[in-house]
Design a protein around this ligand. Structure first.
Ligand code: ATP
Length: 448
């Protein structure tokens, strides 16, 4: 587990996971771009979630709704009214802005809140709506205003009837969706933890009101188990029951899944920060959309309750990186010269690792070894995400592969030319074994 956010930021930049958006123009609005390894990792996280939530179940179906929707949806959902607004305070001295729920107040002394940066006096809290406004069509007038979606789930609610009817479903069932969401956050920051453009993996579970509590508890456990199954340690995960006074406008009950990050938050204490929310949204969404659209969204005469599981792709990716980051003092490869030197191993779960197999010719100045290694690369490429690397000493190449979490490194050496076999090195145990080239696909598939 990493001990500082800077180490992750540096690795992410250096090895092509995450770049600052619009970097050559100085960055833009707390947005980030995912590089060649970042996009693979992100895709693997999304694939794992989809597999777990849709493919392996018979009672959840998928959806991909548009980001731009009628602004009436946001009226009905409560996002345009005070419901989806954070309270903003500004320091009268340094003019920095903060979310007022992030500023601790000293009630005992009945003091005015002070700026956490410079100690200056803060303004009174002002409501600030988080919806990103845009115009659709050539005219920039009131009628053409709409918003980039702030959560993916509204697209699910307004398609409830379409999905129910076309898939001939019976309650209880779920609809899952992965996609971008946008929020004009007041205090983005902590790298990709809070950004203005991010991705969500959301599942909406429609059930009878009497079963809502039962399913709430069921989904809490299911979702926690997903993180555990992908290698996050139990001691770094916890539930936080959201206080009644902090509940979002749509929720009857909310529990956050929190991960212990290497940075803190005044609200939840050192390190613990939300990565996913489990919400009992009651009949808020379907009843409001029925009222505003005039469409009857009841099922057998009642509005189903909704249990929502809402995870951020970017936040979970950050948590997976933090939890996989391992430093080995004195090193493990022969490249390390001093006991003080530290080697990094990214112990990502094999299913999440962006590159599954590295193919390394032992030496690059032997044309036969290079040719054989390229043959192995061509054999494996259609089956696994592979990387061919011939630059630098073999130790250095193992080290490079470890740093980005490649689970298996394959070396083609002089014996390979005679025996048509290679060595496979396991990232975590560093054990090596020889395997015939013809058995490689099967052997790797078993372990991946
Ligand atoms: P927070 O209290 O941190 O602002 P939230 O309670 O508003 O989060 P939800 O509306 O419950 O978040 O969204 C569900 C999930 O979407 C969060 O658990 C998080 O993983 C992700 N998410 C929300 N806002 C952001 C953001 N600005 N940047 C990255 N991920 C986000």
């Amino acid at each position: 587990m990493v001990d500082s956010i800077e180490k992750i930021v540096s690795l992410a930049k250096r090895r092509g996971f995450v770049f600052l958006s619009s970097e050559i123009y100085g960055g833009f609005g707390s947005c980030y771009d995912f590089g060649p390894l970042g996009v693979e990792l992100k895709n693997n996280i999304k694939k794992s979630w989809w597999q777990e939530m849709v493919r392996q179940r018979g009672d959840i179906v998928g959806l991909d709704s548009a980001i731009l929707m009628s602004s009436k949806i946001w009226q009905a959902s409560g996002h345009l009214t005070a419901g989806f607004a954070d309270e903003l305070v500004e320091c009268k001295k340094c003019h920095k802005r903060f979310r007022s729920d992030e500023i601790s107040r000293s009630k005992a002394k009945n003091q005015k809140s002070r700026c956490p940066e410079c100690g200056g006096v803060l303004t009174k809290p002002k409501k600030f709506n988080l919806m990103m406004k845009t115009y659709v069509g050539p005219l920039e007038d009131e009628a053409s205003i709409t918003y980039l979606r702030a959560e993916t789930c509204q697209g699910i609610y307004v398609n409830f009837k379409n999905v129910l009817q076309t898939m001939r479903l019976k309650i209880p069932f779920g609809i899952a969706q992965i996609g971008k969401a946008f929020r004009n956050e007041i205090t983005p920051g902590n790298f990709i933890y809070r950004t203005r453009e991010f991705e969500q993996m959301e599942m909406q579970w429609f059930c009878a009101p009497k079963d809502a509590n039962k399913f709430f508890n069921y989904w809490k456990k299911e979702r926690l188990d997903w993180y555990l199954s992908l290698g996050i340690e139990k001691k770094h995960l916890r539930f936080r029951e959201v206080k009644k006074s902090e509940l979002p406008h749509y929720a009857k009950r909310a529990v956050d899944i929190e991960y212990k990050f290497p940075f803190g938050s005044p609200r939840s204490g050192a390190g613990w920060k939300e990565i996913e929310g489990i919400h009992n949204r009651g009949d808020w969404d379907l009843s409001n959309h029925s009222k505003h659209s005039g469409e009857d969204l009841k099922y057998e005469g009642y509005f189903p309750y909704i249990i929502e599981t809402s995870a951020g792709v970017d936040r979970t990716l950050f948590a997976f990186l933090c939890s996989a980051f391992t430093e080995v003092k004195g090193g493990r490869t022969k490249t390390t010269k001093s006991v003080k030197e530290v080697e990094t191993v990214l112990k990502l779960h094999k299913r999440l690792a962006p590159i599954k197999v590295a193919i390394l010719p032992l030496v690059k100045n032997n044309p036969e070894i290079v040719k054989k290694a390229k043959e192995v690369y061509d054999i494996l490429k259609p089956h696994f995400m592979c990387q061919y690397d011939e630059v630098g000493s073999i130790g250095r190449r193992y080290r490079r592969a470890d740093e980005v979490g490649v689970p298996f490194a394959i070396t083609v050496d002089f014996d390979s030319l005679k025996k048509n076999d290679v060595t496979i090195r396991d990232r975590d145990t560093m054990k090596q074994k020889r395997v015939k080239i013809k058995d490689l696909i099967l052997c790797l598939r078993k372990q991946l």
